[in-house]
Ligand binder design. Structure first.
Ligand code: SF4
Ligand code: SF4
Length: 380
């Protein structure tokens, strides 16, 4: 049997050792836990915090977590949160100022991000991190906090063998197998001996850990089994769209009447932007205490669905839900290409699952595309 030195066959105890080794090297282990009926991403105080045996059911505006007893670790798919919350926190203090009788003093918040290890990063979320890198690291202004967090990050990516009902990573070419830019990847597969983890080490750090923890190499059979599990996941995904066609359709249909149809359903609640792993917009809030001697400036996530988001020079540019939804969807699927050279959507399906009225970005696109095709046929 052929042996490959960067591909290993791990079991749960190897992963437990990896967890403990990372903790011993001062990494903060961050990953999935089952809480409040969903898989959430939190600090893992122990390896046993992981959502063992959990699976999920996703539908439009619906999510159900099921507790099983098969001992799996990664058979859930995606909860409402992405790893964005650790690299680009929803709220972060920038500075505070204290007044004295004659003057005031400003103190910058100079906290240093911890060394983080992310567990269970799916292909879509891995691509979302790369998209956020473009925004925070590769623009004209570099976000220093993000840069420090990113430089020390250890990523344990996970291939999906059980895609959720709203996933379309295959269309967006982001999954079900994570692409690149991870340290170590796992595919959880079951054979006669139970669950095993086909593991690939990409970074020098991951290879050092593999050597230190004496990871056993995988054989060809295990590599084949994992590849088949990923292919089956790929085949199961029913939601499909063509990103190039999507970008063009939206650009050509800015005044389509379907935007009114969506606006009748959309609550402008901003849930879709809060769960989206690529949305990056922020605003600042100033908080002053009752004495007037102490003030703080906080950076917080914002959303293009919020009324004040488009407030410029005394007025709101996007006053209607129609214009806000159109802005959000055309940015994700179309104008993002012009701005960043890639789609702004990684196909995670979270915006579909967590929309309270079940609005589905892929179906709204399809409605416009079909209507356009009908019109083209009529005039042909
Ligand atoms: S737009 Fe929706 S499907 Fe696309 S990345 Fe954002 S949340 Fe996921
Ligand atoms: S599309 Fe859904 S989640 Fe997004 S703002 Fe509208 S109602 Fe809220």
């Amino acid at each position: 049997m052929r042996r490959n030195t960067t591909i290993f066959r791990l079991n749960t105890s190897h992963l437990r050792s990896l967890f403990q080794q990372l903790a011993a090297e001062d990494y903060k282990n961050l990953g999935p836990v089952a809480r409040d009926g969903a898989v959430m991403l939190e600090t893992l105080s122990s390896f046993d915090d992981m959502p063992t045996g959990c699976t999920e059911k996703h539908d439009k505006g619906q999510y159900r977590l099921r507790q099983g007893d098969d001992g799996s670790l990664f058979q859930y798919t995606l909860g409402p949160q992405s790893f964005k919350k650790f690299l680009h926190p929803p709220r972060r203090k920038l500075w505070e100022a204290r007044g004295t009788r004659q003057s005031f003093e400003i103190t910058l918040q100079e906290d240093i991000p911890p060394k983080m290890a992310f567990w269970g990063v799916r292909g879509c979320d891995l691509e979302a991190i790369k998209i956020q890198d473009r925004i925070f690291l590769q623009g004209t202004v570099v976000n220093d906090w993000y840069r420090q967090a990113r430089e020390q990050l250890f990523i344990i990516a996970t291939g999906c063998t059980r895609p959720a009902g709203n996933c379309f990573c295959t269309s967006m070419k982001t999954g079900p197998m994570p692409g690149d830019d991870f340290d170590l990847s796992l595919v959880e597969v079951k054979d006669a001996d139970g669950w095993f983890y086909l593991t690939e080490c990409r970074s020098t750090k991951a290879l050092e850990l593999a050597q230190k923890l004496d990871f056993p190499p995988a054989g060809t059979d295990e590599v084949t089994e994992a590849a088949m599990a990923i292919q089956e996941a790929d085949d199961k995904m029913t939601v499909r769209l063509d990103p190039t066609e999507a970008a063009l359709t939206l650009k050509n249909n800015l005044e389509h009447r379907h935007w009114d149809n969506v606006a009748e359903r959309c609550l402008s609640c901003a849930n879709c932007t809060m769960v989206c792993p690529t949305c990056f917009c922020t605003t600042t809030e100033d908080i002053t205490d009752i004495t007037g001697n102490h003030t703080e400036r906080w950076l917080t996530w914002d959303s293009c669905f919020n009324g004040d988001y488009s407030f410029i020079h005394g007025g709101k540019i996007r006053q209607t839900t129609r214009s806000r939804y159109r802005q959000w969807m055309t940015h994700k699927l179309s104008t993002w290409h012009d701005q960043f050279g890639t789609s702004g959507c990684v196909g995670c399906g979270r915006c579909i699952t967590w929309c309270p009225v079940g609005i589905d970005i892929t179906e709204e696109l399809l409605a416009i595309q079909e209507n356009q095709k009908r019109k083209e046929q009529e005039f042909a």
